[in-house]
Design a protein around this ligand. Sequence first.
Ligand code: HEM
Length: 450
Amino acid sequence: MRQSTGTHGCWVRQRGRLYGADMVDFIDGTVDPEAQARGDQLFGQIFFTPDGYADPIPFYQSFLDEVPVHVSGFGGAILSRYDDSRTLLRDPRFGNGDAGPGSAFGSDTSEAGNYRREMFERRKEARPQSMLGLDPPDHTRQRSLVSRAFTPRTVEKLRPRIRELVEGCLDDLAEAETGDAMELLALPLPVSVISEMLGVPHSDWPTIRDQVTDVVASLEPSASLEELKKADAASTVLWHYFTDLVEVRRKDPEDDLLSALIAAADGEDKLTNDEILATAQLLFAAGAETTTNLIGNGLHQLLKHPDQLDKLFANHELVPSLVEEILRYDSPVQLDGRACLEPAEVAGLRFEEGDRVLTLLGAANHDPAKYERPDDFDIARYHGPNPAEPVMSFGSGIHYCLGANLAKVEGQEVFAGLLRRFSKIDDAGDRVYRNRLVLRGLEVCPITVS
Ligand code: HEM
């Protein structure tokens, strides 16, 4: 029996439908109207209220306590437990289907939603999907060819250069003494690292950074029509830019990732030219703002928990554990999603083809069934012989983040650099989170260093 309460909170009226048109069922066929309304209210509080932006953790706990398996009034389901999220993301009966990345949000019928779909269809004709939007066997083939070039060795080899890039940002911060750490450090660093890795000439970095910022805004399901149009144009600029650069590297390879992607071959199988371009663009889209948020969210939590900042200054060896704890405590990516590809029963729910499901990664990282004291920010949690469970922030299964190691190395170099260069870090104004749904990060982070 499929039923929905229609008891929508006011955020729903403001936003319209955000995800799947289909209704998921509990296996026993009963949706409790009160629980459904409560789950939708909590979802709205996390993602559309100033309280939720400032601190979603109490809402995560309410989700886990009251509606860990939630069938939304908008269709689709939301899973918040660690084990359920992991199981779902690893289940081959769920994937992208034909809706591409962000498929969990495919049924938005607003003007912006229509533009997004039109843009997606247009691109599908002209450009291949990146691996993020593919299902096996296409995903398997593309990921295996890209991973061949994107090895842990490639990432570790980059560490000294990442340190230099961090030092450059810290020079700017030191000179300013008081400034916005997002603008001076968290925003420029990740784009510079990916540019360096791909072999983009230094003089082009500022242009690339601007275009990437515009493209990433479109990954949010709540992106406005104007943001989508800007992203569309920026994506075309990047596509042409990398078309030219691939041409140059094909004739004259260098020791960079773009040349390695051109060379990556499995027997006779190689990445096509368009797949190389889609991959280059994906690395910026998936690796820039996410890592920016790792840095910003980390600074925010350290400033909010001065005892932990003091502990860090006293013991620099805690940096790797700190980075894990930031990822767990304040996940840069809050949501992941899948579409059902064939009938399946998971977490007490019955799914049919086309049903949508979201996993609330931020909440999974605070699941008391998995973590002791889940709501304590404890920078030593991952230090020592018995590390906690791996964080859910990088997803799970076949789409597990390809850049997880790179992001961690960047985070480690940033916080190690801050400790090396400064003996004091203080806040210097209000820190405000952006009103984003998928990516959670600060708008500004004013700090003083000495
Ligand atoms: C803290 C930083 C980061 C976080 C939290 C993060 C998170 C994620 C998550 C949750 C996924 C899985 C999406 C899904 O299940 O559909 C993903 C996929 C991916 N990420 Fe990251 N990411 C980060 C940094 C990076 C970086 C630095 C890069 C590379 C430059 C990168 C490249 C990718 C790629 C290529 C995929 C697609 C993998 C596939 O589809 O097989 N990410 N990331």
